[in-house]
Design a binder for this molecule. Structure first.
Ligand code: C2O
Length: 544
């Protein structure tokens, strides 16, 4: 195994998109940020230097961080943010993971521009479960805003209104040539006729599930998050914020230029649907194909309509795991979490803080608790025994039973607030039913769990039925993921082994929902206290 050293300098950098230059936060001046590459078993030392004027921390999305929550990164959960002028060095080892992950800022909305790929190759000499092409290409799907993320977040949190819709979707930071002033920079993938490439597709968008397709070409899915899957072919894929999908694409069509395009699945939080498409170009390298004649204009793929839940669901249900880790048949802990939005009535509906519908503010919750981030980190409070920072009474089931996906009475739209954790015994086998609700609106919530990967054992529409639905669970070859969407107005069942001590965040990866409180955290311990199970905090852990 190898050691890798990186230095990430967070800095403001002028970047021109859509005809205008903005100062955005970048790492080392790069947007998207640098790709981290390592092999399973390698160790990383990544020094993050904050040369910007905002507090920030970096999360290594999907990395297990065994016994090492200090390296996980979410601000106020496992660490206090790195203050301007400060630095913090993340040190961790990759344990039994291979595939495509990514990293991103985990403070407010800063990940809007601070993100990059994290690629884990097999150990030297260890094979891929599919025939690995010579060439691979990473495609980070994102969103471009015409405002800085700090004022965006302020607007979302302070006014209680939906965030501005992004002004473009992007592929590797580029809107693509269907947008104004963007065609020169369109991301291109040159390919030899007959050649196969591996595409590592990452959804790093702040708020948007996306459909992705390549004109006239099929894709063979071979992995998701940091796990392999049984191969299946598709012409379109749906990817939620936080997820990654690896596909093989073969240049088996007449030489030419073909758009690889992404467009919204579901509108972001009732925001007006922005019917725009980001594109890259798959460009055959054969002579004279590409700049004249019928090939001068690339062919566009047909993308599903933004409300095509049937296509999204059909795609997601095709995943089958290809994992050495076997899913367990019995569970020790069974949890039922309802997730969704909410509205807070305002005493003064004319106040600038009340810009939701009919004089309300938006909020969001899990089991009717809207998560409030503390002002010192949960991990530090836990490790040092500082009282009064969190409680461990997060409800294992919803406080009230009702028809979650029906016409939910307005009286149930207002969650309580709290910093509540749920305690899991180290080593327990856990099942969680994540149930979407129709409170305010049904929606696909891409739910991400830090510190673990989980099996997706079942999903369905309507209310989860504990009497009949478990009979249909896939306990043979469920896919292994770290982020999974609740079908809109439906539920998804996940299982994981609580084999990682510490405090681990679980939340919706749509950042406005997260910042409105669609989150909770697990405290995993074996009863002997953190100093026996978690490595000691590094000396440079940022102060609050
Ligand atoms: Cu990728 Cu808590 O996030």
């Amino acid at each position: 195994a190898e050691n890798h050293y990186h230095e990430f300098v967070v800095q403001a950098t002028p970047v021109k998109r859509l005809c205008r230059t903005h100062n955005i936060l970048t790492i080392n001046g790069e947007f998207p940020g640098p790709t981290v590459e390592a092999r399973n078993g390698d160790s990383l030392v990544i020094k993050v230097v904050n040369a910007a004027k905002y507090n920030i921390s970096i999360h290594w999305h999907g990395l297990r961080m065994l016994r090492n929550p200090w390296a996980d990164g979410p601000s106020y959960v496992t660490q206090c943010p790195i203050q301007p002028g400060g630095s913090y060095t993340y040190r961790f080892t990759i344990t039994k993971q291979e595939g495509t992950l990514w990293w991103h800022a985990h403070t407010g909305f800063l990940r809007a521009t601070v993100y990059g790929a994290f690629i884990i190759y097999p150990r030297l000499g260890s094979p891929y479960p599919f025939s690995m092409p010579k060439r691979e290409v990473t495609m980070l799907l994102g969103e471009w805003f015409d405002r800085d993320p700090v004022s965006l977040l302020r607007q979302t949190q302070f006014t209680g209104a939906p965030p501005n819709v992004s002004v473009a979707y992007t592929i590797n930071g580029q809107p693509g040539d269907l947008y104004r002033c963007s065609s020169q920079e369109t991301f291109r993938v040159p390919i030899e006729p007959g050649e196969t490439v591996l595409l590592r597709i990452i959804n790093s968008a702040l708020h948007q599930e996306l459909f992705f397709s390549i004109a006239n070409h099929r894709m063979t899915v071979v992995g998701t998050d940091a796990a392999y899957t049984k191969p299946f072919t598709t012409t379109v894929l749906m990817i939620g914020p936080g997820q990654t999908i690896n596909v093989l694409v073969t240049a088996d069509q007449p030489p030419g230029r073909y758009y690889m395009a992404a467009r919204a699945y579901q509108s972001a939080m009732n925001a007006p649907f922005d019917n725009t498409t980001t594109s890259a170009i798959l460009e055959y390298k054969s002579a004279s194909c590409c700049n004249k004649g019928p090939f001068s204009k690339p062919i566009l793929p047909a993308l599903p309509a933004f409300n095509d839940t049937a296509t999204a669901t059909a795609f997601t249900s095709k995943f089958r795991g290809l994992s050495q880790i076997k899913v367990f048949r019995d569970v020790d802990v069974s949890l039922n979490f309802i997730v969704g939005l909410g509205l807070i009535n305002c005493t003064n509906p004319n106040s600038p803080r009340c810009q939701g519908p009919n004089g309300t503010r938006f909020t969001a919750s899990m089991n009717n608790v809207s998560f409030v981030l503390p002002t010192i980190s949960l991990m530090q409070a836990y490790y040092q025994g500082i009282p009064g920072v969190f409680t461990t009474d997060f409800p294992p089931v919803p406080p009230l039973q009702f028809n979650y996906t029906g016409n939910v009475p307005r009286g149930l739209w207002t969650p309580s607030r709290g910093t509540k954790l749920y305690k899991l015994k180290y080593g327990s086998r856990v099942q969680i039913i994540l149930q979407d609700t129709s409170i305010v609106t049904t929606e696909d919530h891409p739910m991400h769990l830090h510190g673990f990967h989980f099996f997706v054992v079942g999903a369905g529409f309507g209310n989860f039925n504990p009497a009949t639905d478990p009979a249909n669970f896939n306990l043979v070859d469920p896919p292994v993921r770290n982020t999974i969407g609740t079908p809109p107005g439906g539920w998804v069942a996940i299982r994981f082994l609580a084999d990682n001590p510490g405090i681990w965040f679980m939340h919706c990866h749509i950042d406005s929902h997260l910042n409105w409180g669609l989150a909770m955290a697990f405290l995993v311990e074996n009863g002997v206290g953190p100093s026996q199970t978690v490595i000691p905090p590094p000396a440079d852990l940022p102060p609050c």
